[in-house]
Every structure is written in C-alpha cells, then in structure tokens.
Design a protein around this ligand. Sequence first.
Ligand code: VGL
Ligand code: ZN
Length: 191
Amino acid sequence: MKVKSDDALIIVDLQNDFCQGGALPVAGGDAIVPGINGIVPKFAHAVFTRDWHPAMHCSFSPNPTYTDGSWPVHCVEGSNGAMFHPGLHVPASAWIVSKATDPDREAYSGFQGTDLARRLSERRINRLFVCGLATDYCVKSTAIDGVERGFEVLVLEDLCRAVDVPPGSGVAALEQMRQEGARTITSGELE
Ligand code: VGL
Ligand code: ZN
C-alpha cells in the first residue's frame, strides 16, 4: 500500500507513563517505538497526540479499577511521565495535540476538545493511519471518531498495544474498530 501526500499518521500517546516503569504501563509499549520511527518518514503529515492532564484530573483515583474509567495519576502536564518516550523520533515538523487537559472531563479521543479535525481538513487529509497506546482506549476512541468524522481510517495493528484490562479488551477493541468501519492493517504493508 502506497502512502499518499494526503495521508496523515496519528501516533497516539507514546508517553513515558504508558511505557515500562511508568505510572500506567502498557505491556509491550516500548516495543512499538522502533517500528513507529521506521514509518514516520513515509508520511508528509505526522500527528503526535499526548495525554496531558492537569494535576487534579477527574480520572485520577488512589484506588483505580481501570474498568470504570479511574486510573492512577498519569501524564500530568509537563511531568516526566507525560514526555514522549525518549526513543521516539518526533520530527521538528511534527504536530502535537494535547488532550484531556480539562480537569473535569475525560477525553480518550484525539479529536475530543482539540483542533485536530479542523487542522486535518485544512490540510485536506483524507486517510488516517493510527498507531500507539492504548489499543483499547485512546487508539480505539481516536480511530472510531475519525471514521465518524468522515476519514478513511487504517489502524496499524502491529504498532498498537493494549492495557488489556479486562483481558481480551485489546482484541475486542480491534474488532469494534473494524465493525465501526476502520480497517486494520500491518506496517509491513506500507510501501
Ligand atoms: C489512556 C487510560 C487513561 C490512553 C489515557 O492513552 O489510552 N488510557 N488515559
Ligand atoms: Zn489519561
């Protein structure tokens, strides 16, 4: 599959807190970094989203269950945990989208409460290739939101990892994305 000039790559939340040693580690999160670095140069447009919470975010709990939307404190704006993984190559031309910045509102999708949609249409983007963390939360939500907003969405299955609580939610998320109209592909299919 050829990458075209009106395609955008969306790299979701490849941040320290979602990787090994972080506050909310996603198993295998670090392992997708080299693969992502390998495909970023194929795209004329690369969007890096980041979870960017205020210190008192509504999703934070001292006893998080994960499944009810409560999480340990993570990705506090400006903190080391909120920084992109140190191995991730973020080009100077990359565009960074901060989300879930409102203390009272959760936002898993990169479109929610951001100018992502407007900027994609300004640049006449038609297809979105989505990868990153986590498959069952922010990747899923961003991909489905993209479909609903009229984009053709392709999820790079091998370059995503899931929280997977409860177990199986990663696989279920991929299935749900397909049902909602996204395609799942692997990075090896990209020319
Ligand atoms: C995410 C849980 C809480 C994600 C963000 O990036 O998938 N998951 N906040
Ligand atoms: Zn979060």
